[in-house]
Structures are given as C-alpha cells and as structure tokens.
Design a binder for this molecule. Sequence first.
Ligand SMILES: Nc1ncnc2c1ncn2[C@@H]1O[C@H](COP(=O)(O)OP(=O)(O)OP(=O)(O)O)[C@@H](O)[C@H]1O
Ligand SMILES: [Mg+2]
Length: 350
Amino acid sequence: MATELDGAVTLRGLRKSFGERIVVNDVSLEIRAGEFFSLLGPSGCGKTTTLRMIGGFESPEAGNILIDGRDVTNDEPEKRPLNTVFQNYALFPHLNVRENVAFGLRFEKNSHSKESESKRVSDALELVQLGIFGDRRVHQLSGGEQQRVALARALILEPSVLLLDEPLGALDAQLRARLQIELAVLQRQIGITFIYVTHDQHEAFTMSDRIGVMREGRLLQVGAPRELYEKPVSVEVARFIGAANLLSGRVSSRGIVEVAGEKFTAPDNAPLGDGMVMIRPERIRIGVGSHNATINRVTFAGSSLHVGLTVGDSILVAEVPNDETTANLAEGQKTMIDVLPDAVRVLPLG
Ligand SMILES: Nc1ncnc2c1ncn2[C@@H]1O[C@H](COP(=O)(O)OP(=O)(O)OP(=O)(O)O)[C@@H](O)[C@H]1O
Ligand SMILES: [Mg+2]
C-alpha cells in the first residue's frame, strides 16, 4: 500500500573509509518522497560511494539508511525498493531493446505471464519514448537512445527510488541538455524519488528540487538551487556554485560592510567583524550608484559581457547584459557602480 513515506530516503551519520582514508564522512540527509535530489561535488568527493551505500553495493562502517521509513542498512540490494542506472549503462549487445528492458524484471519475485510482461515492457518503452524501437539491436541506437533503454529497464519494476550515477556523462553537450529536461519531466510525471549524482553544477540546477553539495566526503549544504546560489553558508559552497567575487571585508556596524575601501549595504544579520564578502557578478550595475570604479577589462561572452572593475584596492568582476546600455563600456573608463541591496553576503572566513 502506498504511504506518504514511499520513496523517502534518510541517511543518518553515514561513514565509509577505504584503507586509512575516510571518503564519506558523517553524512546525514533527509530526501523527501517524490523529490529530484542531486548529490553535487567535485571528482573524488564521495558521491558514488554514498550512492552505492544507498543501493546496498557498499556497506557503511557507521550510520543507517532508511527507505520508505524502514531500516535497510543490512539488506541486500535486491531487497531494497530501488533500482540503479549507472554511467556505463551496461546494455546487452546481443539482445534487442525489448529484451534488454525485460531483463529488468529478473529480480521480480512473483511469477508473471508472458502477456503481462510484454505489456509492461511496452509501457516502459512508451514512458521513455522508445515505443517504435523495440526490435532494434543496441548497436543500432544512438547514445541518448541507449541511455533511455537503461532508464526503461530500471523503471520497469516500479521502484520507490531510482539512483542515477552520472547517467548522461558519456553524451555530447547538446544531447545532454535535451535529456536533462526529458529526465526532469519524466521524474515529475512518474513521481518516483530520483537520487542523481553529478559533478556538473548546471546539470544539477536544471533538474533538481534540492541539491546536496559534497566535498571531501562531507555534505557542506543542502538546499534548492536558488538557495545554494544566493545564500551559500560558506566560502567553499560560494566558490563551487557559480561565479562569485570573494573579498575579505569587515562588518563595521549593523548593515554596513567595508570592502575594497568602500562601504556597501550588508544584510542586517551579518555578524560584526571580519568576514569574506561575496558579491555575485550579475548583481553589480555599471554607470549608476555611488562607488567609484575603473573598467580594466571587457570580455565578450555572447549574451553578456564580463567587466573587470578596479574598486579601491580590489578587483571585482561584473556580468552585464550585452545590449544598448552596455555597448559603450571600454577599458580604461572611469565609472560608478552600484551593488543591489540583497546582493552582498558576508561569510565566515574560509
Ligand atoms: N573500492 C575502492 N577502493 C579504494 N578507494 C576507493 C574505492 N572506491 C572509491 N574509492 C576512493 O574514494 C574516493 C571517493 O570516490 P567516489 O567514487 O565516491 O567519488 P565521486 O565523488 O563519485 O567521484 P567522480 O565524480 O570522479 O565519480 C576517491 O578518492 C576514490 O579513489
Ligand atoms: Mg562517481
């Protein structure tokens, strides 16, 4: 029977070492039922190891894993209500598309008729828009189509949770971008919890309800994409998520931060004293405001311009739209800048 816990995944104090090295360090996390959740972090930070522990392919040396509210820490992979799509999706070249997808049923305990099996394969293929490809051999498919066969094979058992480890890693940029959208739409349509591993921030932003940012085995912050971007809790997260101007500064009085020899508005709750000041490039306006600046560089980036600015003794980079308001910006120009009131964050010194 479906309950509201179906597809909820809880990690409590998960730890894993290889030899002397702790590669997953005290990771605790609540993933909600039906959520598209991504683990994002640089290569080697422990994403795959975390996913493999959730899947049951690796056992944690400390901590617990709950799925659908049930402790599965010591359960074999096939006893867990989940399925996995790996990066090299391991399709069988000697089987056709339908046979590959039907292979997903091998772990099913209840026997079922050939007829219902055939219907379920067809339904799974429809779901990933491969309905007409059932008789093709794997080598007759593009990379993106093969990826969808792997997805259909994993979904046919209707797991509560699907684990995906960089499943688009092998595809070219354009196909990746298209499949990212397809995957996000499919996930919302079927409502299964997706736990997705990637080192690609853009990919995680495109698809996820929430993201867990990992580094060196630790979970640094969990939040919706906008929250991570606008309110990173640390310099590490600010650096990893998007471009950021990070300058040391000082909150000299409530709501005022001194940075680059100028005073800017800081959030009221920024603690007094030294800190790292983060200003996102697109929150800087040029040609308005009250802070003196000199343009030291203008870089063309298509829809936007990246403008290097000398402000006091520091350099800031602004990103401005490429339009008639910015057409005259030139190196060496003196100008004024403004920073939008909510754009400044003061982070602990990292
Ligand atoms: N079976 C293993 N034996 C020894 N070390 C391992 C093993 N599996 C992973 N590691 C190490 O643990 C660390 C974390 O690996 P993991 O595969 O979880 O990283 P990742 O975040 O998925 O990286 P990537 O983005 O490159 O896939 C790495 O330094 C890796 O070399
Ligand atoms: Mg990995």
